[in-house]
Design a protein around this ligand. Structure first.
Ligand code: GLU
Length: 509
């Protein structure tokens, strides 16, 4: 029986950062490779940070990338509900178990009292930690020092409380992380984290552990920012008498400079998205750009994300999702942060664009083409678009590059690059271009090879020199010195249009 079960457990607090997407991807790859199950659970216990459209955003992002979960809300629900806000009763039952077993306790300290403790400590150059050190010394108000009756009374009177974990004293806790190896923690430095509040809501720690256990999660694969919580989590499993899952903490994704965590501001500053899809903030209407809307393909994003923190140990850099599933191994995930490289993402995108067939690219280009040509009829012929793409594609990274690279294949140039004209359009050019039109008129089968043979033969026989003919010919057809093979351009636009453009240039220049 296969029992690999992993989960991606985002909090719906806004758009999903690509770091989160990478966590989802690694979970997906790990599960797929081992024929396991990939669960999506929504951790929405923190109502103050809850954002309504975030859950849909998370689902849309995973769907766009083709890494949707096998089990989640409304899909193969075996261990639901998958939204933590719908599991409140479950957490209540489990926090009671911890209280009954002496692993958790009520604490009634007010915010003011705790602030003043903190301040007192700071004045003495110390840090206040709520734990074995002070929890039973009388300054703090909790069920470890109050009588059972007193505790009962306070709760019945509606006094605010929290329930804290009673972390053990004087223990060297040994833990294992698949990526980082053995980790030992001195439990004396741990604070008694809050697990539950009098508003009936658990904190992340309790809800996360209870759910991972009940959902039979075998491996917890998550970001490095959760590494400091691992000791508490391991202790919670022990307190419940449950077997802990295996842990793997993924490295941070760093800024392009390599210093600090990659943030939205880095993307804004340097001009790249840090989110998979564009996102509109419900409150401020601020729009954040996304990889999809910026014209990246899902293949690109999957490939570059896979390499942010992992490598296959070979030279191979290009991987389809299937190949990633086959090759991915948590043991090859790095410990140290992965520097984000926006140029590399473009490199991947260029590659995947070249891989797509011209038919598909033409379909993708068509809406933009219609917009640029102000054409809402269906007059643009797809076979022609396919041919143009074939000609210009190698210079493109995004479909949105196509227009600039190919507009002269759709419209007659209306202006000419003045620098190019100054340099290449000489006194005798008009006469030479007139002769060229005569050569072109006579070509019957108007193919690039035929045009090339005829034009070159004319140039060599008359010793005209290529430098005097080809550049002005290009200016006439393209309007500038750029573009692909001129004879191919000429074939595509056709004989009539080639002649028309030559005449127009002669008249204008
Ligand atoms: N809700 C946590 C987050 O937003 C989940 C952390 C975990 O995977 O344990 O990242």
């Amino acid at each position: 029986m296969n029992n690999v079960r992993v989960r991606f457990a985002p909090s719906p607090t806004g758009p999903l950062h690509i770091g989160g997407v990478r966590t989802a991807l690694y979970n997906y790859l790990f599960a797929k490779k081992l024929n396991g199950t990939f669960v999506l659970r929504i951790e929405d216990t923190d109502q103050t940070r809850y954002v309504a459209n975030a859950e849909q955003y998370i689902k849309d992002s995973l769907n766009w990338l083709g890494i949707a979960p096998n089990e989640t809300i409304n899909k193969n629900e075996k261990f639901g509900p998958y939204r933590q806000s719908e599991r409140k009763d479950i957490y209540k039952k489990y926090i009671q178990k911890l209280i009954d077993s002496g692993n958790a306790y009520y604490a009634f300290d007010t915010t003011e009292a705790l602030d003043s403790e903190r301040k007192n400590h700071e004045e003495k150059g110390k840090t206040f930690i709520y734990n074995w050190h002070n929890r039973e010394k009388g300054r703090l108000v909790n069920s470890l020092v109050l009588s059972a009756d007193e505790v009962k009374k306070r709760i019945e009177n509606g006094e605010k409380y929290v329930i804290r974990f009673k972390s053990p004293q004087d223990e060297k806790l040994e833990m294992n992380d698949i990526i980082r190896g053995k980790i030992t923690i001195d439990t004396n430095i741990l604070d008694d984290k809050i697990l539950f509040k009098s508003d009936g809501m658990p904190t992340y720690h309790l809800a996360n552990i209870v759910d991972d256990h009940l959902m039979e999660i075998s491996h917890v694969i998550r970001g490095e920012e959760w590494l400091p919580s691992m000791a508490l989590h391991v202790l919670l499993y022990r307190a419940f008498g449950w077997e802990a899952p295996e842990f793997a903490h993924l490295p941070l994704i760093l800024k392009p400079t390599g210093k600090g965590k990659l943030s939205k501001r880095d993307g804004d500053k340097l001009g790249f998205p840090v989110f998979p899809l564009a996102y509109t903030n419900e409150k401020t209407n601020e729009v954040s750009r996304g990889y999809k809307e910026d014209g990246y393909f899902p293949e690109t994003v999957l490939n570059f994300l896979a390499f942010l923190g992992w490598n296959p140990g070979t030279e191979q850099e290009l991987f389809s999702l299937e190949e990633l599933v086959e090759t991915f191994d948590l043991k090859r995930v790095h410990k140290s942060g992965a520097r984000f490289d926006p140029d590399k993402t473009k490199w991947y995108q260029q590659h995947y664009l070249q891989q797509k067939n011209n038919e598909e690219l033409a379909e993708l280009f068509l809406p933009l083409l219609k917009e640029k040509m102000n054409d809402d009829t269906n007059n643009i012929e797809l076979p022609y678009v396919i041919k143009t793409i074939n000609l210009i594609k190698e210079r493109a990274t995004f479909v949105s590059d196509f227009w600039e690279l190919s507009k002269f294949l759709f419209v007659t140039p209306t202006e000419y690059d003045s620098k190019a004209v100054k340099k290449k359009w000489k006194e005798d050019t008009n006469a030479l271009m007139t002769q060229l039109t005569e050569v072109i008129v006579k070509i019957e089968e108007f193919t690039a090879t035929n045009i090339e043979t005829n034009v070159k033969e004319w140039i060599t026989t008359n010793e005209l020199g290529f430098g005097k003919i080809m550049p002005p010919f290009r200016i006439a057809l393209v309007g500038a010195m750029s573009g692909p093979d001129l004879f191919k351009i000429s074939e595509l636009i056709g004989k009539e249009e080639t002649l028309k453009r030559l005449k127009k240039a002669i008249e204008t220049l």
